[in-house]
Design a protein around this ligand. Structure first.
Ligand SMILES: Cc1cc2nc3c(=O)[nH]c(=O)nc-3n(C[C@H](O)[C@H](O)[C@H](O)COP(=O)(O)OP(=O)(O)OC[C@H]3O[C@@H](n4cnc5c(N)ncnc54)[C@H](O)[C@@H]3O)c2cc1C
Length: 419
């Protein structure tokens, strides 16, 4: 049967997909395979999860959720999605510090690609990984931890699927908290350029959405930690934008019932941090995505650069989103030692058109040393991308030390890491 990624734009090359039910079976499959790669929930838009050898899905792996309340850590299996995990973490009295816009992705896949949410003080989801259990190329089970493996651990967490099969992760958690979100409409671009830091720090997590048809953001979503259970009435205006009077979808023509509740209504963190509800299939059918990360201080200039290409961008665009992410120490994270702003594009399903436009966007963002999202579409040459990752040589050596024969390598890794 033909296997594709979530968006349908990538057809996986492997003939065989294994579905191990235990770590022992994972070890056996790895030992017997010449070439293998792990699939998460297949939400990446490029070939990062592909393999011409075998593929392995962990969707039948025994679920694990161990809570260590004293250490404020949880240990989970390598297959769980945020949508399945988050309510159980909340029930246990804890919270994850942040989530992506979509809860349907796996924790392992999100960590492997440096997936992020928003929040000027929130680092990527992988930054809370305290330990990983990996089945390596020789079929052995190894555990790496922040406490014992120091810098090598920082190299392994955003692993791009190249180190082996992550079968368990231990994550730091915090005490559970409640949140509310409000949406403002029609935020002028000039205000964002002038007050970028203040606007993006006005909540725990802030997202700005623009279709780039005009010099404005159609919506600003502001997610705030609640101090009481009462619904909050927000100020009627925000830097020239107006408070929405009903729940919104980032794409204004779509039904907001698939989105997490807004209008200042207080609820648990996992029902406010993602934009989309776990119980609905999100988004607008077919779409493609790209995202570039620039140093936060240069965000206003980067936004001006995109605004100057509005005429080219808008016709191919469904919606663009701007977020902020705090720096971390993970070697292959685009946020390595760099506070960033993220410029995201949800494109119409037109790869021919998008493929022509991306080099132009990448050219405009080159002065900012823009790094692309590992799981989305980009066109920059491998050499350019590599020049923007100072720890890439160390990562290459780490992969070689784990997997000398390249069992977990695929064409994506050959191109962008080893090419
Ligand atoms: C609608 C939509 C919304 C999105 N929103 C966001 C967002 O808000 N923020 C953001 O940063 N990104 C976002 N993304 C991108 C997404 O988070 C990444 O593509 C992420 O990697 C998807 O996780 P996955 O489980 O689908 O992994 P896959 O795409 O299946 O795999 C990605 C990589 O992870 C590796 N991997 C997966 N599981 C394991 C494992 N157990 N062991 C070893 N390697 C493994 C794979 O081998 C592959 O290299 C979004 C994508 C979509 C489709």
């Amino acid at each position: 049967m033909e296997l594709r990624n979530w968006a349908g734009n990538i057809r996986f090359s492997a003939d065989r997909v294994h579905h191990p039910e235990s770590v022992g079976q994972v070890q056996e499959i790895v030992r017997e395979s010449q070439q293998v790669h792990v699939l998460g929930s297949r939400h990446s838009f490029n070939t990062i999860a592909d393999s011409t050898g075998d593929l392995m899905s962990l969707d039948r792996l025994e679920p694990v959720l161990e809570v260590d309340a004293q250490r404020r850590q949880i240990t989970i299996d390598g297959a769980v999605t945020y949508g399945r995990l988050a309510p159980r973490v909340c029930e246990a009295g804890f919270a994850l510090h942040n989530t992506a816009s979509l809860p349907h992705i796996t924790v392992s896949g999100a960590c492997a690609t440096a997936t992020h949410g928003s929040g000027s003080r929130n680092s990527i989801l992988a930054s809370r990984v305290a330990a990983i259990e990996i089945v390596t190329a020789d079929g052995a089970v190894r555990t790496l931890s922040r406490a014992d493996d120091g810098d090598r651990f920082a190299g392994a967490v955003v692993g791009l699927g190249g180190l082996g099969v992550v079968t368990r992760l231990t994550l730091d958690v915090s005490p559970t908290f409640d949140m509310y979100q409000v949406v403002y409409e029609n935020l002028p671009l000039a205000q964002v350029e002038e007050h970028f830091e203040a606007i993006m720090s006005s909540g725990y997590s802030v997202s700005l959405f623009s279709d780039w048809r005009e010099s404005r953001f159609n919506q600003a979503w502001i997610k705030t930690v609640a101090t009481s259970a009462d619904a909050v009435s927000a100020a009627p205006t925000f830097y020239g934008a107006t408070l929405a009077t009903t729940d919104m979808h980032p794409l204004p023509t779509l039904d907001p019932t698939t989105c997490t509740p807004q209008m200042g209504v207080v609820g648990p963190w996992h029902e406010r941090l993602p934009h989309f509800r776990a119980e609905f299939e999100p988004s607008y059918g077919e779409e493609l995505q790209s995202e570039y990360f620039v140093p936060r201080a240069q965000a206003p200039a980067a936004l001006r650069a995109i605004a100057s290409m509005r005429g080219e961008v808008a016709p191919l665009l469904q919606m663009s989103e701007v977020r902020t992410i705090a720096a971390d120490d993970l070697w292959m994270s685009p946020f390595y030692r760099r506070d960033c702003a993220a410029l995201h594009f949800t494109w119409r399903y037109d790869w021919d058109g998008v493929k022509q436009l991306l080099p132009r966007i990448e050219g405009r963002l080159a002065p900012f040393d823009a790094r692309p999202h590992w799981g989305k579409l980009f066109t920059m040459p491998a050499a350019t991308l590599q020049s923007r990752y100072e720890r890439l040589p160390d990562f290459r050596a780490l992969l070689e030390s784990f997997d000398a024969k390249g069992k977990f390598r695929n064409s994506f890794l050959e191109t962008y890491v080893f090419g």
